[in-house]
Design a protein around this ligand. Structure first.
Ligand SMILES: Cc1cc2nc3c(=O)[nH]c(=O)nc-3n(C[C@H](O)[C@H](O)[C@H](O)COP(=O)(O)OP(=O)(O)OC[C@H]3O[C@@H](n4cnc5c(N)ncnc54)[C@H](O)[C@@H]3O)c2cc1C
Length: 371
């Protein structure tokens, strides 16, 4: 492939990647490393920190294969030595990653991590355009995509890496189907003034009758705290109210100990869809979806970034194979995405069945396989 000839406001390229998160950057990196001309279109950073700070140890080999591990400054993020969970019992169980084959994970400054990945994709040769995909039109041998104020891109292939909304795949007739209504009500607790004792560098999950809590330290000394329940249960639990959210967190058996340096909730909470989903189909002639746009996982698994990197690389491989004449490569990508989603649903059901202490709507749905 080769075809990137910037002309005024319009650009021609081999592959247009929509989205500058981990999946879009992984796809762009794998494609440019194989010699493709890539335009990556993503909006400017909002200043709001992206959700999802726990980088699993298994990300290491993927970042290594992408040839960017040295550029990401991972040592500047906090190590994550594993997780603790009060799940199915009052006591805490521990999962350590220190002695695992990949060593510790990371508690990321997520905005910095995403920005470093995007910079790595650009320095490898991807052309970054700030904007959003607006329209996409199929012409006989290429796609014509408008990107708002930044003009038009003509590309032989397009990659949807726009995250859960799967904005490009939807325009191409695919359907992102949600398997449940899981919702996270999250807050960032700013680093307390005056310094604190060395924070415990592990994540913590604690189940409750209405769902579960997750908390983890951030590299700047702050902390992320989130309540996870079903969308229709948020109003009844009043978890969207920062005062109630905080009071409930302070009434837990374990999470509350990690909140000791803080006197109250942050002023604002963010509410985000967090359910598992799968886009069907996740590829078609001339296009592929990757990352959350293809399949999103339950945050209990804390593997979304790894999945985004892996499916980004896999989507790039399918496009390169299609270009080389393998007409089965893109349909095979779509089948793999469906299989990954089904495998995730199975593993998740096993995990939720381990908690049998409450017969409440949240747990009842999970035990019956309806949530
Ligand atoms: C509550 C919660 C907690 C989580 N915690 C973790 C965790 O601890 N660890 C973990 O590994 N995963 C976690 N995840 C999942 C993880 O954040 C995602 O799986 C991951 O960000 C997916 O990467 P992505 O590149 O596919 O999508 P995203 O990171 O969502 O990136 C999408 C990109 O597309 C861009 N975009 C959107 N619309 C357009 C458009 N029209 N045109 C062009 N670009 C567009 C966006 O600006 C962005 O750059 C969590 C998820 C949730 C909901």
């Amino acid at each position: 492939m080769n075809g990137g000839t910037p002309r005024g406001g319009d650009v021609r390229c081999d592959v247009l990647v929509a989205g500058g998160g981990p999946a879009g950057c992984a796809a762009a990196l794998a494609l440019v490393r194989a010699g493709a001309d890539v335009v990556l279109v993503a909006p400017a950073a909002t200043g709001r920190p992206p959700i999802g700070e726990n980088l699993a140890p298994t990300a290491g080999p993927l970042l290594e294969r992408l040839g960017v591990i040295g550029q990401l400054g991972l040592d500047g993020h906090a190590p994550c030595y594993g997780g603790r969970a009060a799940w199915g019992a009052d006591g805490l169980a521990e999962v350590s990653s220190v002695f695992g084959p990949y060593g510790p994970g990371r508690h990321l400054d997520r905005a910095r991590f995403d920005a470093a990945l995007l910079e790595a994709a650009e320095s490898a040769g991807a052309l970054h355009r700030t904007g959003r995909i607006r329209t996409v039109e199929r012409l006989p041998d290429h796609w014509r995509v408008t990107t708002g104020a930044t003009g038009t891109v003509s590309a032989r292939y397009v990659v949807d890496a726009t995250g859960r909304p799967a904005r490009l795949a939807r325009r191409l007739g695919a359907t992102p189907g949600r398997s449940d209504r899981l919702t996270a009500v999250a807050g960032h607790l700013a680093a307390p003034g005056g310094g604190t004792a060395e924070p415990e560098l592990t994540s913590l999950v604690e189940s409750t009758p209405w769902g579960w809590w997750y908390t983890a330290p951030l590299p700047d000394g702050g902390r992320v705290l989130m309540a996870v329940t079903d969308a229709d249960l948020v109003a009844g639990t009043r978890l969207h109210d920062p005062v109630v959210w905080w009071a409930r967190a302070r009434a837990t058996g374990h999470v509350r100990h990690r909140l000791a340096p803080w006197q109250g909730p942050p002023r604002q909470l963010s509410v985000a869809a967090a359910g598992a989903s799968c886009t069907r189909p996740a590829a078609g002639p001339g296009w592929a979806a990757v990352g959350d746009a293809a399949t999103a996982t339950d945050p209990l698994a804390a593997c979304g970034i790894v999945m985004a990197l892996a499916t980004g690389m896999e989507g790039a491989r399918a496009i390169l194979a299609d270009h080389a004449g393998d007409g089965g490569a893109l349909p095979a990508h779509a089948r793999r995405i469906t299989a990954l989603h089904e495998e995730h649903l199975h593993a998740r059901a096993v995990q939720y069945r381990r908690e049998q202490r409450w017969d409440t709507p949240f747990w009842h749905r999970r035990h019956q396989g309806t949530g």
